[in-house]
Write a protein that binds this ligand. Structure first.
Ligand code: EPZ
Length: 455
């Protein structure tokens, strides 16, 4: 079994490019890493506990490193060994998170709930908007206010402190105007150490929310109903140590399924939780792509005869995930017929359409709707990823395009995909990462092997 090199061997993301020679079917087994959007919030959740927290299956991502830097700045001790992260927040005493780090990593804002619950005060920089939308935090703030915190936003900082004399938040009944993943996670963490019962109504139901609840419960929290629209949390005074394993990344797995579909490949993915991927699996099957659950915790994708057009509307879970919209746009670009994509979760998440058109796609965008007219073949070109999933869509398109595709903007890709190019190489993709000079890069030319990937 060949193993993947660890992160420090990779050249600086923002100076390197990916080169892909498309049109080659992939074959073999790909190991799916732990979920980014779970690992990040579990790291924040460890702030709730003053004992040792061991988190396993932590992906190797720039965002995870950045969250680690935020926690270290708060006085938390962290140690990483491979995909195991040992965290101890016993000496965590600083309530002020570093501006430059939080503004670069939106998920670190969700730690405000745990900081407030543990210390009774928090100064958290606003995460600010990003390429895909304004990303306000009003639902987080309103929920914390309902639990008895005074929250003021000044100079880009969210200053919060608990009003009650015992310094504890109070249980409350909270209705979320929209089922925000981040707001649900922030408030679930805050309520874990609050005095009394909290009910979160219209809560997010994403698998990562459930993973956070399970993680907190493994430390002695009392959270029920995660995965449904109503979550009930009985506050406790103290949590204890835990040893917890992060769920597999459903978006990474979904991206590999789309890569397999667009290249007419035979790929086996594991570990996966098929239930987490139902909207993705059904949409691929609707397009004519065979997918089978060959073994527990694994999915096999087989070559499709034809790719049929399909319509997509992104929605909160269990609807079609917005994080899979971009890779699917690349796939629909080479499907037979016309498809409609309606992005309802984020207001500015169709920017990849113009880069896909550079590769020969025929996509028109109007507001949050993309009209995709399938073309027989894409052709390679230099393109730029504008955000994490947009960059992944360009990798998927490059795998199918004739000739060479060169992708810039890898700083986005490496934030959310654990060594995507190396995993694809090992199942036969003609892909390489080049440093700025085009010479000092890791040039790995892959023969036609079908070795499986292990980390
Ligand atoms: C999480 O972001 C994920 N990030 C996103 O993944 C994912 O796209 C998103 O959930 C939806 O599934 C992490 O978990 C770190 P939201 P989050 O709060 O929590 C609006 C990726 O590619 N809103 O559910 O920030 C918001 O503007 C990333 O891995 C408010 O209006 O998403 C958006 O339109 C991208 N007020 C909608 O709700 C609030 O207070 C959904 O946002 C909060 C959110």
């Amino acid at each position: 079994m060949s193993s993947l090199p660890d992160a420090k061997l990779l050249p600086e993301a923002d100076s390197s490019v990916l080169q892909i020679w498309g049109g080659h079917p992939l074959r073999g087994h790909i190991k799916v890493s732990g979920a980014k959007n779970s690992a990040l919030v579990l790291m924040a959740g460890a702030l709730l506990c003053s004992e040792d927290c061991r988190i396993r299956n932590v992906p190797l991502l720039a965002d995870v490193e950045r969250m680690g830097q935020v926690l270290s700045a708060l006085g938390v001790s962290l140690e990483r060994n491979g995909d195991i992260l040992d965290i101890n927040a016993r000496d965590f005493s600083t309530s002020k998170a570093p501006y430059e780090l939080v503004t670069q990593l939106r998920a670190s804002f969700f730690a405000i709930g745990a900081i407030l619950a543990r210390l009774g005060v928090a100064q958290m920089p606003l995460p600010g908007g990003c390429a895909i939308g304004a990303r306000p935090v009003d639902l987080h703030v309103r929920g914390l206010q309902a639990m008895g915190a005074e929250v003021q936003i000044e100079h880009g900082i969210c200053n919060a402190h608990v009003l009650s004399s015992d310094g504890r938040l109070k249980g409350a009944k909270i209705y979320l105007d929209s089922p925000s993943v981040g707001a649900t996670e922030t408030l679930m963490m805050a309520a874990t150490l609050a005095d009394g019962e909290t009910i979160l109504d219209n809560a997010a139901r994403e698998p990562e929310v459930v993973d956070l609840a399970n993680f907190c419960n493994s430390m002695g929290a009392k959270i029920q109903g995660a995965g449904t629209s109503t979550i009930t949390i009985q506050g406790v005074r103290k949590l204890h140590s835990t040893d917890y394993t992060v769920i597999p990344d459903r978006i990474e797995a979904g991206t590999f399924l789309v890569a397999g579909a667009i290249t007419r490949s035979d790929l086996l993915l594991s570990p996966v939780v098929p239930e987490h991927l139902l909207p993705v699996i059904f949409k691929l099957q609707e397009m004519g792509v065979p997918i089978v659950e060959e073994a527990p915790n694994s999915l096999r994708i087989l070559p499709a005869d034809t790719l049929k057009a399909a319509d997509i509307e992104t929605l909160p879970h269990p609807g079609f995930p917005t994080d899979m919209q971009a890779p699917f746009m690349a796939l629909l670009a080479v499907a037979e017929g016309d498809s409609l994509i309606n992005e309802t979760v984020f207001e500015n998440r169709l920017r990849h359409a113009s880069e896909l058109n550079r590769l020969g796609a025929d996509i028109r965008v109007k507001g949050n709707i993309a009209f995709v007219r399938g073309v027989p073949l894409l052709s390679g070109a230099p393109v730029l990823g504008s955000d994490l999933r947009a960059a992944a869509a360009l990798v998927v398109a490059g795998l199918a395009a004739s000739g060479k595709t060169t992708i810039k903007g890898l700083q986005f890709l490496d934030r959310g995909y654990d060594r995507l190019d190396l995993k694809l190489q090992q199942v036969g993709a003609k892909i390489q990462r080049l440093g700025e000079t085009g010479t000092d890069a890791e040039l790995i030319e892959n023969g036609n092997n079908s070795a499986s990937v292990s980390t």
